[in-house]
Design a binder for this molecule. Structure first.
Ligand code: SF4
Ligand code: SF4
Length: 373
């Protein structure tokens, strides 16, 4: 048993015990009955061509950030990828699962388990298995303990560690809002190869059985998700054993809540201690978040102080420059006024001299005329 699986079951089991001490509205460990007539998606990896159109559609519907490389770039299939905060679904290529030169592609996302381990591990009931099929998440009640991430046997939920104030758990919602409007999930609508089929789970199981019966040479005689972990709302067909497509075949058919309730029922000390542990872990998580918030606040205050100091220095220099410029302007104005006054004085003196000369000139001329007679 892997560490993750063990921790997952232990967590879910502990929560089951803790729930007995919690009020009914906070307990989420009761077994889900599964919903009659619920919807599901069948992914037929025999038909999947690895085009990544489903990834692009998911990105658009969920308004996720644009990836570094465009969805048309199939070189990304050279690496095995997991779902992330920015990619709720990813397609991987499995070269060994197909004939030479004919790789098999498998799309992964939340499998929307009939009795989800994530929901059974969540002691504030942030996850709900809807009657329609999707497993949805309520960020308003989530306390950020991330037990769901440990509990999920398919390693699906991720956490927005990069968001300091409002981090949440994220995963595929099976386009719950769209299907409530009568639309197809975005990925199903975008698939050009008919590799994704949406419908009632019972009908999809019948379709899958028919395909296997008609083409036993093409398909493994196994519908993955029909029974794994009590069944899922995402079903898979494959031309090769599912472990060759990266799907776990060691999960068994017992739903997580049933498994964990039985496993810890005979360990009363753990059952008794678990609520205390949960409370302690929750308190530590909250404290860390509080410290992170305080540190961020302080960093912001320091940055503001720095900016203010720079702005003040710039303002002071601008005031000094303005004062200096103003002084120069006054000096220039005084110089100009003095020059203008001097010029005006000179002009006046010249004018007076000219007038005087003109006044004296006729008398002199008349005296000269009389002398000649
Ligand atoms: S695949 Fe994981 S996240 Fe999705 S419903 Fe199942 S346990 Fe929850
Ligand atoms: S869109 Fe369809 S064919 Fe293309 S990768 Fe997704 S599931 Fe496969």
């Amino acid at each position: 048993m892997s560490r993750r699986k063990f921790l997952g079951w232990m967590t879910a089991a502990g929560t089951a015990a803790a729930a007995s001490a919690l009020p009914a509205h906070a307990a989420s460990n009761r077994h889900f009955a599964g919903h009659e007539g619920s919807f599901a998606v069948l992914h037929d990896s025999v038909r999947c061509v690895g085009c990544r159109n489903c990834e692009a559609a998911c990105n658009k519907v969920n308004e996720l950030p644009s990836p570094e490389k465009p969805f048309k770039d199939l070189a990304v299939l050279n690496d095995k990828r997991r779902t992330t905060n920015d990619a709720f679904t990813v397609v991987n290529r499995y070269d060994e699962a197909g004939a030479p030169g004919h790789p098999v592609f498998r799309k992964s996302q939340c499998n929307h388990c009939l009795e989800p381990a994530c929901a059974s591990a969540c002691f504030v009931k942030a996850f709900t298995k809807t009657p329609e099929g999707p497993v949805i998440y309520n960020e308003k009640v989530c306390v950020g303990c991330r037990y769901c991430m440990v509990a999920c046997p398919f390693e699906v939920p991720t956490y927005e560690y990069d968001k300091a104030f409002t981090p949440k758990v994220v995963k595929c919602t099976m386009c719950y809002p769209r299907i409530m409007e009568g639309k197809l999930p975005g990925c199903v609508e975008a698939c050009p190869a008919g590799a994704l089929v949406y419908g009632k789970r019972e009908d999809l199981l019948a379709t899958a059985r028919e395909r296997i019966a008609k083409h036993p040479d093409k398909y493994e005689d196994h519908i993955y998700g029909e029974n794994e972990m009590g069944g899922t709302s995402w079903l898979y067909l494959s031309p090769a054993p599912f472990k060759e497509l990266g799907l776990r075949e060691d999960l068994g058919i017992t739903p997580a809540p049933a498994l964990t309730a039985g496993a810890l029922g005979s360990v009363p000390i753990v059952v008794g201690l678990w609520p205390v542990l949960l409370t302690g872990i929750y308190a530590i998580t909250k404290r860390k978040e509080k410290i992170a918030r305080e540190e961020q606040k302080e960093a912001v205050a320091q940055a503001v102080e720095k900016v203010n100091a720079k702005a003040e220095a710039r303002l002071k220099k601008a005031a000094e420059d303005a004062k200096r410029d103003q002084g120069k302007a006054v000096e220039n104005a005084v110089k100009k006024a003095l020059a203008d006054a001097e010029k005006a004085r000179k002009e006046k003196a010249e004018k007076e001299a000219a007038e005087k000369a003109a006044a004296e000139a006729p008398a002199g001329a008349a005296d000269e005329g009389a002398a000649e007679e």
